[in-house]
Design a protein around this ligand. Structure first.
Ligand SMILES: [Zn+2]
Ligand SMILES: [Zn+2]
Length: 304
């Protein structure tokens, strides 16, 4: 099974987009990417804008060749925005997070706009929550809706398990580090050997993410390591927006080493250079001040 993150915070843009090819079919999970609109009081640096364009082009290229597209929820770092041309999704089979149940107001309205975009390009859309499908020798299982992070305020997401023979991959979507039992149990039930996981949201530590949430995350991630013994625990997305992320989860990294589990970023997993541009934004502005004419574009809303 080939697994390749197509865009990620650790290589420069907010995203958890991943391409998986099992030999029976190719799958793209969450074909979107976005920039943090504000960080350290600064809008995205031109380098971030350029990287976003590159990764979006890669997402378009890979998705237009994929057999199946999966959408775990409706934040704009996971799906295209309503004004974007989505001709590259023409005729695709798309399995989506339930747009009506277990969803908050903001995501429900975004879901309707997105489903309308899909309808216009003739996609075959079905609700994925709690479903299982089999294509050739590949099984794909979807969790029931689980919380987006530490509270249902931001809505719900679905987790995905793709397996073939003795290979198994889980993509957790935006769990913000496994703070909740249901988020954890889907992983443990499936015993994956590769886990692409949204790590603890430590850049919001003390505000939207508490010390207790971090403790719970580390404890739950240790359980995942001990019970599943994965070869790779890829931690990315919310975690990588904190430059000190390694220190925050040091106990987990050391614990995982004793199980031969590699805790790594999506960049490291893919052999790409580690460039967490959003977390580096202040330094980028200092080392490379943008010209006024460079036209820094911010994403349109805070809650991507
Ligand atoms: Zn999200
Ligand atoms: Zn996200």
């Amino acid at each position: 099974m080939l697994a390749r993150p197509l865009a990620a915070d650790s290589f420069g843009t907010r995203s958890m987009c991943a391409f998986v090819d099992t030999g029976d079919l190719s799958i793209v999970i969450d074909p979107g990417a976005a920039l943090g609109p504000w960080r350290y009081g600064l809008k995205p640096h031109p380098k971030e804008v350029k990287k976003l364009e590159e990764y979006k082009a890669e997402i378009v290229r890979s998705t237009s060749k994929a057999d199946l597209v999966i959408v775990t929820h409706y934040h704009y770092d996971h799906i295209p925005r309503p004004y974007e041309d989505v001709a590259w999704l023409k005729g695709k089979t798309v399995m989506v997070k339930d747009p009506e149940n277990n969803i908050n107001f903001s995501q429900r309205s975004r879901a309707h706009l997105f489903l309308e975009q899909l309808r216009r390009v003739g996609c075959k859309v079905s609700v994925a929550d709690g479903q299982s499908i089999k294509i050739g020798n590949t099984s794909i299982k979807f969790s029931k809706a689980v919380q987006h992070g530490n509270s249902p305020k931001l809505g719900y997401v679905i987790e995905i398990c793709i397996s073939k023979g003795n290979e198994c991959l889980v993509h957790t979507s935006d769990v913000e580090g496994l703070v909740d039992e249901q988020q954890l149990s889907f992983i443990v039930q499936n015993k994956p050997d590769i886990i692409i996981c949204d790590g603890p949201m430590t850049y919001m530590l003390g505000s939207r993410f508490t010390e207790k949430d971090l403790e719970k995350s580390i404890k739950n991630l240790m359980k995942v390591v001990a019970l599943c013994r994965p070869a790779f625990l890829v931690l990315d997305h919310h975690l990588i927006r904190d430059l000190s992320w390694r220190d925050r989860i040091n106990a987990l990294i050391t614990y995982a080493e004793s199980f031969n589990t590699s805790v790594c970023t999506a960049a490291e997993f893919s052999g790409l250079s580690y460039e967490p541009l959003e977390a580096m934004r202040k330094a980028l502005y200092e080392s490379c001040p943008p010209d006024k004419e460079e036209g820094i574009k911010a994403s349109e809303d805070e809650n991507v």
